[in-house]
Design a protein around this ligand. Sequence first.
Ligand SMILES: [Zn+2]
Length: 360
Amino acid sequence: MFTRRTSLHILRDILSLSMVTKAELATIANLSHRLASNYISFLEERYLMGRKTVGDVTYWHVTPKGTAALGRLTETMQLLGIDSLDKSKHQSASCILWGQVKDRMEKGQRKIIDLSVSISSQRDELVPVKIKYIGHHKAAMTTARHHGLEITAFPNRQHAASETITLGSHAGTHMDAPSIFGDTSGGKPAKTIDEIPLEWCLSDGVVLDFTKKQWGESISAEDVQEQLRIINYELKPLDIVLIRTDSSKHLDKPGWRNMHPGMSREATLWLIEQGVKVMGIDAFSWDRPLATMVDECKKGVKGKLFAAHYVGREKEYCHIEKMVNLDLIPKPYGFKVAVFPVKIEKGSGAWVRAVAIIDS
Ligand SMILES: [Zn+2]
């Protein structure tokens, strides 16, 4: 075993060189190759071991690791008994600092993927969206008149622009609150959108790929379980499950509303039983297309019309519809999803700026 003191001696020697070979490391440590490897493992836990191979020789350099790396330099200097860096050590110190900056940059890299569509009057919606744009000049005129001012009181005769919008609460990318399904959920008053716990809306995300499913087809509980097996992931409470169908690639095309597979009652129930409270789909509806369900209903099939939506009457959950860009999320899990709905008093649903947050 290494004593702390031995380790520090070795580390001091390593730090006095900007680069050492693996063989040199063994020599410095005066250890067998196996022990040197053990020591490297110890260092790798705490330090970034830079590696560069030139010909047959592997070079290493050592920089403190982690987001607290800058603090780690001082700590390292204290541990090593270095009060100030002399000239011979300066090269390695700048190497360490460079490593810290790079380390911080890499660790701090965050990518946010927009999973929402814009609210637009051009989009096919159940309630047509109307947006009246009030421009800067008009705003200046109206405000000047209201306050008895000359329009010249406003620089460039311009004031604050705004928009007056008419739209349904289920326009664009939106979340359905349990109260959309009925007055009660599991025998209790169903939560309205302003009552959704915020903890439900920012959590670990999981994308399940159902792009092979045909339009009109149903996604079963077994299908969901199979996809989880494929990606080797076990759901935990409050995971936000995203159902990828790629239907959103046909967004705004005529007939888009019916161009998607849909979740079944069983699959929805199963997700809720795993503790999932928020789930989303990149399609017009959580259920199968309305045309498919209506057709079945007319043929006498019972209990399939909005069967997945109506699960919410028995067990509390929310789903998000009309998501986009699920295909841009680079991994099936290991990212966060934020889906905070706008707080509409007693609303059955509300618009969501849904995003996936990918931290490197
Ligand atoms: Zn809805």
